[in-house]
Design a protein around this ligand. Structure first.
Ligand SMILES: [Zn+2]
Length: 72
């Protein structure tokens, strides 16, 4: 097996792992409601999830992110 074949096999295994994790996360996620808790640990309110279906950040993180994007 050449080095290139090995790299491709490792890459494929990695992609399959990532896809598996994504499938589990999708299964755990309430359908169409996005995440219940932000990466920062804050709860994403039902109102926010209703207003932004599929959002995965709380209001603070989302507005911080937008501000950061605007500066950058
Ligand atoms: Zn947050």
């Amino acid at each position: 097996m050449s080095e290139r074949d090995f790299d491709l096999a490792a890459l494929r295994a990695d992609q399959e792992r990532t896809a598996g994790v994504a499938r589990i996360q999708a299964a755990l996620r309430p359908r169409g409601l996005g995440r219940l808790v932000c990466d920062c640990g804050a709860e994403i309110s039902p109102a926010r999830r209703a207003a932004y279906p599929g959002t995965d950040r709380c209001f603070d993180c989302a507005s911080l992110g937008e501000r950061r994007r605007r500066i950058a």
